[in-house]
Design a protein around this ligand. Structure first.
Ligand SMILES: C[S@@+](CC[C@H](N)C(=O)[O-])C[C@H]1O[C@@H](n2cnc3c(N)ncnc32)[C@H](O)[C@@H]1O
Length: 282
């Protein structure tokens, strides 16, 4: 039987020879996942031998990884803004930038009393955004919605897993909210243009759902639709938080230019790119 100390370098070279990024880190994450321990605990149990079923599971994980499958799908869960979020091929893997987005939105949302207020997380996918916000702002009523019934089934599981009381609806953008109004709307919609999609990393194109990414010729279909349709779904002074592509700052400012929109503000990610667009209705 091989020990953790022996398996780790073997797995690392197996991944590195096949040009997998961050081979050592990936080997550690997969081994920790297989053994059900934290990554750093591997070093406290260096002499622990792996039994055959663990070896088999590790081999299967490595094979999936060298075929380009993102590690998050292999492990099936990630941590996101204090929640444990299940992810699978029906939902986009929540990105680190989206955690910054949620954090900025939470800071904005908390500036007012939240009792009786409602927030919609449109295009919610795994539910990571709405669930993260509900956890941070329990007094807010939160509704998640997505066009994909399969994504919504994942969001339902995540709601239960995290013991959070949110509502889940399926439908096209604002269609699940006919005759209702929100105080806050947050949305990380598909925003990749047709051309960008052709050049996108193969681990994204081959594994993540295209309907979570593609948004027409300019990548702006959802922003255009929201700028036209959202006003009649908002209470006065409602606030809107949108994630955008790193080159879409000017585009969204044009799209949401003028009344009834006001207080337009771009916010940056850690790399200094405009990635978030916050605004308010009159
Ligand atoms: C960029 S992903 C965001 C997922 C999640 N909110 C996140 O930040 O990780 C966009 C989501 O929009 C959903 N979607 C695509 N078209 C839609 C539509 N017309 N109406 C509602 N949701 C849609 C996709 O199923 C996908 O879950």
């Amino acid at each position: 039987m091989k020990t953790i100390a022996e398996i780790l370098p073997l797995a690392t070279s197996y991944l590195a020879e096949r040009k997998i990024d961050r081979a050592r880190r990936s080997a550690e994450e997969l081994l920790a996942f297989v053994l059900g321990v934290k990554r750093l605990d591997l070093y406290l149990q260096y002499d622990r031998p792996l039994i055959e079923t663990e070896m088999e599971k590790m081999r299967a994980c490595l094979v999936r990884r060298i075929k380009g499958e993102p590690i998050e799908y292999i492990m099936g869960e990630i941590d996101f803004y204090g929640c444990r979020i299940e992810v699978g091929r029906d939902v986009l893997i929540p990105r680190q930038e989206t955690e910054i987005f949620v954090d900025l939105a939470v800071k904005g949302i908390r500036q007012q009393p939240l009792e009786g207020r409602v927030l919609w997380d449109l295009c919610s996918g795994s539910g990571c955004i709405g669930l993260g916000i509900k956890r941070a702002c329990p007094e807010l009523r939160v509704v998640l919605s997505d066009l994909s019934p399969r994504a919504m089934a994942v969001a339902e599981k995540n709601k239960i897993k995290n013991h959070l009381d949110v509502e889940c609806r399926v439908g096209d953008l604002l269609q699940p909210f006919l005759n209702e109004k929100a105080d806050f709307v947050i949305c990380n919609p598909p925003y990749v243009s047709t051309k960008e999609y052709e050049e996108i990393d193969s681990s994204v194109r081959d594994f993540e759902p295209s309907m979570a990414l593609l948004a027409g010729k300019r990548g702006a279909d959802f922003y255009e639709k929201l700028s036209r349709e959202l006003p009649s779904f908002l209470n006065p002074q409602a606030r809107v938080f949108l994630e955008i592509g790193h080159a879409q700052g000017l585009l969204v400012q044009e799209i949401f230019n003028g009344p009834p929109w006001r207080h337009l503000r771009l916010e940056k990610d850690w790399a200094g790119h405009d990635r978030f667009f916050f605004l308010e209705i009159e």
